[in-house]
Write a protein that binds this ligand. Sequence first.
Ligand code: NAI
Length: 499
Amino acid sequence: MSAAHAIATTPIPAPAPRTIAVAAGDGIGPEIMDAVLAVLSAADPGLGFQPVTVGLEAYRNGALSGFGPEVMDAITRHGVLLKGPITTPQGGGYKSVNVSLRKSLGLYANLRPCVAYHPFIATRHPAMDVVIVRENEEDTYAGIEHRQSEEVYQCLKLITRPGCERIVRYAFEYARSHGRRKLTCMTKDNIMKLTDGLFHRVFDEIAAEYPELAAEHMIIDIGTAKMAVDPERFDVVVAPNLYGDILSDVAAEVAGSIGIAPSSNIGRDCAMFEAVHGSAPDIAGRDLANPSGLLLSAVMMLVHLGRTQAATRVHNAWLRTIEDGVLTADMARAGQRPAVGTRAFAGAVIDRLGQAPRTLAAVDYPAVAVAAPARVDRPTAARTPAAKALVGVDVFVNWDQHPRNPDALGRRLEAMAAPEWRLSLVTNRGVKVYPQGQAQTLCTDHWRCRFVASGPDSATPQAIAALLLRLHAGGLDAVKTENLYTFDGKPGYSQAQGE
Ligand code: NAI
């Protein structure tokens, strides 16, 4: 598979000249962005840049989300953002700007090609050429988190059928239009049978529409291990957000260096292009950073914009540069070869515009669109909605009486359940502790109490409200409820461990 196939993405025809929004970002962002814009200006004089401010500087200027409304205006006007990395404060401060941008612009597909450039960039896997298609909006990245008691915090993992269909179909369309042969879906559906189970099921359903492509599923843990030692066995991998995030960093490192890994974030109306790596504060401002990840992201952007001649020129010049042994420190690896700085590397790429690599396969991006967004976003065939029936309720109770005796709690709850409900079980962190729990189970102050309807018509919203009032009157603090539904008679909720 050629590098061209690995890098290309969904082009949209665009007239020249053309302006794009650019955000330098934090840490090494400004220096690698300067380097990349210098190359782009030399390769594609018809491209104009509108700078926008995102990240720490925007935050310090009062934009609490890390970017102001003018940024969204610029991106939606130009359709494209080329973005440097952003420093995300951990454990506090503003939410991830990257996640906010991806979600507010509807950038549902995150494409991360991981290609080996053997022997010019050290890797144990010279034939590696993998594209990871990461779902970009859902999963735990919905960012819905709550603290529910002194001891317990939760994060909601949201997986939706339309979200799965769109990303899985994107992955298959991408594979088909780029001459790829095999798709691997990775989930953890042996544990998360409903959420990851849906992703896997949708993958199987859509795979049937592409009989010419091989399709397989792997559990994410063994899949990641295989990516680390045998990446040549993969072609296109599609995964939910969190797994795709981790897997693509592993794959980028295995291919050679995270400093060279590009990515695109594709939506129906807009797209954002950025390197996979972060703001690297440890080397910021020292002319050490490798601009290649951002430069190859810019190549993806040029292809997306239909500026395929410029994309071909920049990519081939970059290949020739690394072939000529002009490498930044991260690529030169442990002093095996002399290294150049960020600016000198960009200058070397500019010097080689118009040249092709001699050993690596030269790229030649097609001048026509290779994947049709309309085919990805086509509405799913009409489905008959399942018959949904309320059959019970899980009430999460914050109960902190010591010693933590589940039997004592269970007996109190039994007394409060009637007349509409029957207590079926109590769990702590998902493990059944009543009736007949194990003394060894660690119990926190957060108990999931499952009530099921005591009669055919007794499960109603009013009955849930009445139950909550009884719990409150009985001195129990109900911090959250989840209604239990069946869909066409099948439970729409998981069983407890040990149930
Ligand atoms: P990082 O990717 O910034 O750095 C990890 C290691 O790789 C460091 O040793 C760094 O020097 C090196 N490195 C990264 N990019 C390089 C490049 N272009 N050239 C040479 N070496 C490079 O990851 P880290 O340290 O975990 O995160 C730093 C900050 O970046 C955090 O605030 C994080 O939230 C943010 N971040 C932002 C991303 C984005 O904006 N898309 C993605 C990942 C992290």
